[in-house]
Design a protein around this ligand. Structure first.
Ligand code: S3P
Length: 169
């Protein structure tokens, strides 16, 4: 199998499956899997919700850029990013320079089904999380559309099938 020469960066909304599909893809490609949220929480020794609460979103975003930039300088791997990472022009340009971005595209209903029972995401701790998700989704689509590749997610596709789709793309 050809060796991976660029880091594959998974982008897209919360609930799109970036971490699950990214993990399966890394296994398929025989490379390491990294997750920017996981790196941030490990370094801070706090959950994402605690970081947002105590340090603020701006602090989280700064850590996110640092982590992405550091991981992109390392060996090619599969890197899953948080749903807001690709909104930053600085992050997009870092990723475009040395990686391949893959937007895991999923419709709003599927995203909602996947995130509705999870209360850990600070941005969805609002009186009407369904509406908040819709607002975020609409505002973010144009940014995700700048990714190098878009791969459609569907409710009836397994994580492994999705990973195969991404590898194909
Ligand atoms: C965020 C998504 C989360 C996490 C943080 C902010 C966002 O990651 O980075 O809560 O802005 O959409 P997931 O996309 O993995 O849920």
């Amino acid at each position: 199998m050809a060796q991976l020469t660029k880091t594959v960066v998974m982008v897209g909304m919360m609930g799109a499956g970036k971490t699950a599909v990214g993990t399966a893809l890394a296994r398929l490609l025989g490379v390491e899997f990294r997750d920017s949220d996981e790196e941030i929480t490990r370094a801070a020794n706090r959950s994402i919700a605690e970081i947002f609460e105590r340090d603020g979103e701006a602090f989280f975003r700064a850590r996110e850029t640092e982590v992405i930039s550091r991981l992109l300088r390392g060996n090619p791997c599969v890197l899953s990013t948080g749903g807001g990472a690709f909104l930053s022009a600085a992050n997009r340009s870092l990723i475009h320079d040395v990686g391949v971005s893959v937007w895991l595209r999923a419709d709003l209903d599927l995203l909602w089904q996947r995130v509705r029972h999870k209360t850990t995401r600070p941005l969805l701790r609002t009186p009407n999380p369904r509406e908040t998700l819709r607002t975020l989704y609409e505002a973010r689509l144009p940014f995700y559309a700048e990714a190098d590749l878009a791969v459609d997610s569907a409710a009836d596709l397994s994580v492994d099938d999705m990973a195969l789709r991404v590898r194909e793309a």
